[in-house]
Ligand binder design. Structure first.
Ligand SMILES: *[C@@H]1O[C@H](CO)[C@@H](O)[C@H](O)[C@H]1NC(C)=O
Ligand SMILES: *[C@@H]1O[C@H](CO)[C@@H](O)[C@H](O)[C@H]1NC(C)=O
Ligand SMILES: *[C@@H]1O[C@H](CO)[C@@H](O)[C@H](O)[C@H]1NC(C)=O
Ligand SMILES: *[C@@H]1O[C@H](CO)[C@@H](O)[C@H](O)[C@H]1NC(C)=O
Ligand SMILES: *[C@@H]1O[C@H](CO)[C@@H](O)[C@H](O)[C@H]1NC(C)=O
Ligand SMILES: *[C@@H]1O[C@H](CO)[C@@H](O)[C@H](O)[C@H]1NC(C)=O
Length: 156
């Protein structure tokens, strides 16, 4: 409220201020995310993946609420207090992961290895909003569809 009033008041500097404002809201979202958000998103991912493949879920089936930090879970890498990597390579993942749209809530995610599975359907478009993602491996899958990772500026 205060900021939108501020922007209108300083109309001559509209562009600078609107950048400032969107930057302000972006940083609000980032500061709102935490290891708790990471945990929540990973539990959503787990239930999504199990829904796609009820037979032989692999190591992610051990992700559960009873351990205090997702950093203790198998296949999860953390840096300090945040989740930075998920490695579900060779994990019997199948079905369509493009319906999972919450990866971008893992704001510190920089590495995602989904190689050697039988994922089809396409790449989740949400991944293009993971601005810290530098490593993404989807090789040896059935993935089709367009590769649109224009937002992944840091991808190496
Ligand atoms: C994504 O997150 C929202 C908000 O937390 C939640 O309602 C939704 O079920 C999640 N989507 C999936 C596929 O888990
Ligand atoms: C994948 O599924 C096969 C059976 O189809 C099972 O033998 C194997 O242990 C599973 N792999 C993992 C990593 O859970
Ligand atoms: C929950 O996680 C703990 C620690 O990783 C594990 O020992 C336990 O078996 C898990 N429980 C379930 C129901 O998967
Ligand atoms: C993921 O784990 C597999 C072994 O399970 C390993 O070969 C691979 O290098 C790992 N990927 C990353 C990005 O660390
Ligand atoms: C995969 O899921 C997405 C989003 O739910 C949907 O738009 C798409 O048609 C699905 N693709 C396949 C091959 O089922
Ligand atoms: C991607 O994963 C495949 C299979 O695990 C591996 O052979 C390949 O080296 C990986 N690619 C990169 C760039 O790490």
């Amino acid at each position: 409220m205060f900021l939108s009033v501020g922007c209108v008041q300083f109309l001559p500097f509209w562009i600078d201020l609107s950048l400032f404002c969107s930057g302000y809201f972006a940083s609000q979202i980032v500061s709102g995310s935490s290891i708790e958000t990471d945990k929540e998103v990973l539990l959503q991912l787990k239930s999504y993946l199990i829904d796609q493949n009820k037979v032989n879920p692999c190591r992610y089936s051990a992700w559960n609420d009873s351990s205090s930090s997702p950093c203790d879970w198998p296949e999860i890498t953390c840096d300090g207090e945040r989740v930075t990597g998920i490695n579900l390579s060779n994990c019997n993942l199948s079905g369509n992961i493009s319906g999972f749209s919450n990866f971008s809530q893992l704001t510190q995610l920089d590495s995602l290895d989904f190689s050697q599975n039988t994922i089809g359907g396409g790449i989740p478009t949400d991944l293009s909003r993971c601005s810290n993602l530098r490593y993404l491996n989807l090789s040896q899958n059935l993935i089709g569809g367009e590769l649109n990772l224009a937002g992944l500026n840091n991808l190496s």
